[in-house]
Design a binder for this molecule. Sequence first.
Ligand code: AMP
Ligand code: MG
Length: 352
Amino acid sequence: MIDLKLFKKYILMFLVISIGLLGCSQIGTKEYKKSIFALNTYITLTAYGGKNTPDILDEVTERIVEIENRMSTEIATSDVALINKNAGKVPVEVHDDTFYVIERALWYCDMSDGAFDITIYPIVKLWDITGDNPRVPDKEEIEALLPLVDYRQVILDRDEKTVFLSKAGMGIDLGAIAKGYATDEAVRILKENGIEHALLNLGGNIAVIGDKPDGTPWRIGVRDPREEETGEEYMAIAELQDTSIVSSGDYERFLKAEYEKTGVRYHHIFDPRTGYPADVGLMATSIVADHSIDADALSTCVFIMGADRGMDFLAKVQKGNGICIDKDKYVYISSKLEDIIEITGGEYRLSK
Ligand code: AMP
Ligand code: MG
């Protein structure tokens, strides 16, 4: 015979334990945010976890600053500044981080047949679009520097961990890829510390860990590159889990005064062949990839290549999928993204 009292007691115990277990994933899971300015951009990290999460976020931001200190062209003691200073003189021994990012970057230079070229630095400096004295240089000035732009003149020594630029005046700029690496490092540290849900935004380099704490995918807006015309901040929404999305475009950093005067957008992504801002009909690209370093490099590559060549390039390298937005507001989407990206901007149409 069943003892009813005992039965009720067991049922009650079972219920208490179940509710306790159910709540476990929620108990101590709180939203924590941290914002800093680094890598020349605003960075916001949002992570969900226990009360040690602020310490983990501190560790992440320290790591981001460490990467900036190694890879910024503007910090005189950085590996990159020293490589540039010693161009045509001596090889420079660099930290493993820097060596790794340069190696990955050179792979993209090679694969893109020089559309991506980290030796673009002399041209970047000349235009100074993101600096204090931006201007449109003369054609002669640009042409005088083009012989210095050639990624094949970056000589790596794997054993010695050295980097050498073979001609004086050369310089490298990791601005198109370093944020991606920093984002990957941030994800690694958070995951190693047990964080299962997070949203990281390093100036448009976005990575998400897991899904949202409520179990639904993260909904990430793709910036409308003509926000000032359409009045919309985003032109599409991507539903993402455990991945990265990175955008490049002519709307990010450009000479505003020149644009208002002439209608030409002189922006910060250069065609290494011409030394002028890349202009192959795109306003923006966004790339979704497992690793942000790939998404970052690819978004810059595809923006320089244009929609057709860029989409073929994505299919060739198999490191990520993307969307391209052309100047007529036609949108090209990799087939693998069709189900997760929805165009929301009324003026944008899917290309045939
Ligand atoms: P992103 O915003 O990732 O597309 O990167 C743009 C930044 O990459 C610029 O601010 C430059 O520092 C650098 N850059 C510009 N043109 C190129 C290029 N053709 N290849 C590699 N890096 C570039
Ligand atoms: Mg990039």
